[in-house]
Write a protein that binds this ligand. Structure first.
Ligand code: ARG
Length: 572
């Protein structure tokens, strides 16, 4: 894939400046900033050169602007800056053609070709209610995986189920007390049992001991305990699958903590050699210099059972052996920051240099989430409720004639899910936010449905205009509002790159809002001035050019929504 239009011009500008100044391009590159929009697109400040050249910055800028010549860029000095502006042509045609020809692949590149990124995301605990933090991990992880795939990386997405541990003991002994055998394959029932058992274990140590004992029997490989575990696990996985298929998520691997059962001894032995282990109150811990009050890394409890950290150590090594990753990402709540810091530190102390390529992609909490069903938040309930609420709006809009669709049900699903997903991804992932049904579903706010609507509107314009034109004259797109739309479209490849590097889907979310806003500004010009309408009358060439821009906007919106894991309905 060719470099994007934007980065091609940027590189050409950098190289021309470097040549004029007789310095390596790498020295110029980091100094290029977006220009003040009134002055152009790219800006190079000359202050840092003043000392060496013994000249005033404006004089340097003026002479540089004279000597820097790049086809397709208008280079001018503005005070101490050398500014470059994309010339109306060929830039306009190049951007429109790139977006239209690449469609939903627009924004991607092949910088990641031949490299593998391992992504641990979603990773819910089975037989336990899925908390909203798993929903976040699922959606953020899905988008970060999409972003890397768009850049040509091979993504090994792992759903690392919390399928081993005392919680199983709780469900199992809880089932003996509160379970309804007729509903043993029903996830909601399992969750209910878990919640009751958990409460009881907190109040009654003897009950807790029974749960612990059940887990001990699992670790000892007792077949009846394992058979029950397997059944609960299958029920949970089946329930999760429904969610993943609704969200369009496919994991390359569904495994889990249980996978490392019986595979931890060699790891513990390796740690014993370096950095060493020691006993602490009967438990085995990693021998590391710990900060004051820092809880030590536990490898084995005093009853010999292994822990979350032990399994993650084994899993990290296994993943490196299987995938030889460029990066290994863990999309997990900020609450587990210490766990991951310690995990990476132990691996480093074991001499595993690749631990430096592991990153905890953390995220903040969500407040205020509850569904009509109550406060144990099950992901499927959230999605169902989102759909039901979207359905109310869809029905209402159909009645008012504002929405046309032959499948309100499917549309409500797309809008409801789009609302939840965008509501989650629009904020920087590390910030906490408060969930509000009306905020995420609002058709006019900064929401998923608003963006879906913006996309559907471009489709609608194209339909009314007789379809996207095969040929058009891009030089006719001279309105400042048209040029503003183009500039946002041109940015997507840069945004995708940055969003992937920082594992920050919110960058794409913000870009989508920018594009929708710019397009809307352009589109509504026609309300005041008929000559500025997209479907302008009596000027076929101009109409074709505007339809081409509309089509490029459509493709870019669909590409951006796709990167976030949001459907782009063509009608709504
Ligand atoms: N199941 C864990 C939890 O719910 C998350 C697992 C994250 N991944 C990992 N490799 N530790 O808290």
């Amino acid at each position: 894939m060719n470099p994007s239009v934007y980065s091609r011009y940027r590189t050409a500008f950098v190289e021309a400046l470097a040549q004029a100044l007789g310095v390596p391009a790498s020295e110029i590159d980091s100094q290029i900033k977006p220009a003040d929009p009134a002055h152009g697109d790219l800006s190079f400040p000359t202050f840092p050169l003043a000392k060496a050249q013994k000249k005033a910055p404006p004089a340097i800028a003026a002479s540089l602007a004279q000597s820097v010549k790049v086809p397709g860029l208008e280079v001018v000095a503005a005070g101490p800056y050398v500014n470059a502006k994309f010339a109306q042509m060929p830039f306009t045609a190049e951007v429109i053609d790139a977006a239209r020809s690449q469609g939903t692949r627009y924004g991607g590149s092949d910088v990641g070709a031949g490299k593998t990124v391992v992504m641990d995301y979603s990773s819910p605990n089975i037989a336990k209610p899925i908390a909203f933090h798993h929903i976040r991990s699922t959606m953020i992880g899905h988008s970060v995986a999409n972003l890397h795939r768009a850049l040509g990386y091979r993504v090994e997405g792992i759903n690392y189920l919390g399928d081993w541990g005392k919680q199983f003991g709780l469900v199992a002994v809880g089932f003996q007390e509160y379970g309804d055998p007729a509903h043993r394959k029903d996830m909601a029932h399992l969750v209910e049992v878990y919640v009751k058992a958990n409460k009881r274990a907190e109040a009654e140590p003897a009950f807790d001991d029974r749960a612990r004992d059940f887990f001990r029997r699992m670790e000892a490989g007792e077949s009846d305990a394992l058979a029950l575990w397997k059944e609960f696990r299958e029920t949970s996985v089946r329930d999760f699958e429904r969610i993943y298929s609704r969200l369009g998520i496919k994991f390359e691997h569904i495994e889990g903590e249980s996978f490392y059962q019986g595979k931890m001894e060699p790891v513990i032995e390796e740690i014993a050699r370096a950095p060493g282990v020691k006993e602490s109150q009967g438990a085995t811990i990693v021998d590391l210099p710990y900060a004051e009050n820092e809880p030590p890394v536990l490898l084995k409890k005093n009853d010999g059972s292994t822990l979350y950290a032990t399994r993650d150590l084994a899993a990290a090594i296994d993943r490196h052996e299987r995938f030889r990753f460029e990066k290994s990402l863990y999309v997990v709540a900020t609450d587990q920051a210490l766990h991951f810091r310690q995990l990476f530190r132990v691996l480093k102390a074991m001499g595993r240099e690749w631990s430096e390529r592991m990153v905890h992609i953390n995220f903040g909490r969500v407040h205020g989430m509850s569904t009509r069903k109550g406060n144990v938040v099950l992901l499927n309930d959230v999605l169902d409720e989102a759909k039901a609420r979207a359905m109310e709006k869809v029905q209402q809009n159909i009645q008012e004639g504002a929405i046309q669709t032959d499948n309100p049900e499917a549309l409500a699903e797309q809008i409801g899910l789009g609302a939840i997903v965008f509501g989650d991804l629009k904020n920087r992932r590390a910030t906490d936010y408060t969930f509000d049904w009306d905020d995420v579903l609002n058709l006019t706010g900064h929401t998923g449905p608003y963006l879906q609507y913006a996309h559907a509107r471009t489709c609608n314009i194209l339909r009314r205009g007789g379809g996207a034109p095969a040929s058009y004259d891009a030089s006719l797109l001279t309105l400042p509002e048209e040029q503003a739309v183009l500039r946002v479209i041109a940015k997507l490849p840069v945004v995708v790159q940055e969003a992937a590097e920082q594992a920050e889907p919110s960058f794409v979310a913000r870009w989508l809002l920018d594009l929708a806003a710019e397009f809307s500004r352009y589109y509504t010009l026609g309300n005041q001035d008929r000559s500025k309408r997209v479907l302008v009358e009596g000027n076929e060439p101009l109409k074709a050019a505007r339809l081409a821009l509309t089509d490029a906007t459509r493709a870019a919106l669909a590409a951006g929504l796709g990167l976030l894991g949001i459907a782009a309905p063509e009608n709504m």
